[in-house]
Design a protein around this ligand. Structure first.
Ligand code: SAH
Length: 224
C-alpha cells in the first residue's frame, strides 16, 4: 500500500513514520509512505502556496496550482483509489474507516494550513474528507500521520501478532479488556487470578466479559 502525502511542512512528518510499527511496515515493503513538499510545485517567485481570500476576512487560503500540479504528476505515474483531504468538517475517523482504507492500494493525502484550501481543489480532486475529531489543529500533517498509523497497522503482515489488532478497541464495536504484566502482586495490587490460571478458554471468556463491561460503562453507544 502506498501513501503520497502532500504537505507544506514535510519536516512535521519525518518522525511519525520513522519508528516502531510504521517504520517496520516500510522496511518490510508492506507500506510505502512518500511525503511531497508542496512548495516544490509552486511556480511563484517566493514559492508561495497561499493567497488572500476572495471576499476578504482573516487568514490565508491555499492556492490551487501547486496542489493541482502535484496531484496530476502523481496521477500520471499510477492509479489512486482515494484522494483524501484532512479537514475538521470531514467524516470523523473511526476504526471502520481505517479498515476500509487498509485494503486500498494507493492513496493521496492533502494537508491543509491557514484557513484551508481553495474549495475547487476539494470539488475537483478530493474523493474523501476525513477529520480526526471535533477540534481544530493548525495543519493537516498530524491528522495525516494519525490516519496513516491507524490504517497501516491493519494491513496484514504489519503487526507481528496479527490477532492483537483484532482484539483492539472498536474492532468488534467493543473496547479492549484491561491488560496486566509482571509483577503479579504490586504493593498488594494483584493481577486477577484467572490470568494466572493458564486456562486459555477461560481467560478468553474473561477478556470478552471485561470488554463488554468496559464498553457498557464507557461507550454504551457502541453496543446499540
Ligand atoms: N478553517 C478551517 C480550519 C483550518 S485549520 C475550518 O474551520 O474548517 C488548517 C488545516 O488543518 C485544515 O485545512 C486541515 O487540513 C487541518 N486540520 C485541522 N483540524 C483538523 C482535524 N480535526 N482533522 C483533520 N484535519 C484538520
Amino acid at each position: 500500500m502506498r501513501f503520497d502525502i502532500i504537505s507544506v511542512l514535510p519536516g512535521l512528518l519525518e518522525s511519525p513514520f520513522a519508528h516502531s510499527i510504521l517504520q517496520r511496515a516500510q522496511k518490510k515493503g508492506v507500506a510505502e509512505i512518500v511525503v511531497h513538499n508542496l512548495r516544490d510545485y509552486s511556480t511563484g517567485k517566493q514559492k508561495s502556496v497561499d493567497d488572500y481570500p476572495y471576499g476578504g476576512g482573516s487568514g490565508m487560503v491555499m492556492t490551487i496550482p501547486p496542489f493541482a500540479a502535484c496531484i496530476e504528476k502523481l496521477k500520471s505515474e499510477r492509479e489512486y483509489d482515494e484522494v483524501i483531504f484532512m479537514s475538521p468538517d470531514g467524516e470523523t475517523l473511526n476504526q471502520k474507516i481505517a479498515n476500509q482504507l487498509s485494503i486500498k492500494g494507493n492513496i493521496i493525502i492533502l494537508c491543509g494550513h491557514y484557513k484551508g484550501i481553495d474549495q475547487r481543489i476539494r470539488d475537483v480532486f478530493v474523493t474523501r474528507e476525513i477529520s480526526i475529531g471535533d477540534y481544530v489543529l493548525s495543519g493537516g500533517e498530524l491528522p495525516a500521520a494519525v490516519l496513516v498509523d491507524a490504517v497501516v497497522r491493519l494491513i496484514p503482515g504489519v503487526l507481528s501478532d496479527e490477532t492483537s489488532a483484532l482484539s483492539d478497541s472498536f474492532q468488534n464495536d467493543l473496547l479492549d479488556a484491561p491488560v496486566y504484566t509482571r509483577p503479579a502482586d504490586w504493593n498488594g495490587h494483584k493481577v486477577p487470578d484467572i490470568l494466572l490460571s493458564g486456562d486459555t478458554p477461560k481467560v478468553e471468556q474473561w477478556r470478552f466479559e471485561q470488554a463488554i463491561e468496559r464498553t457498557k460503562q464507557r461507550r454504551p453507544d457502541l453496543l446499540e
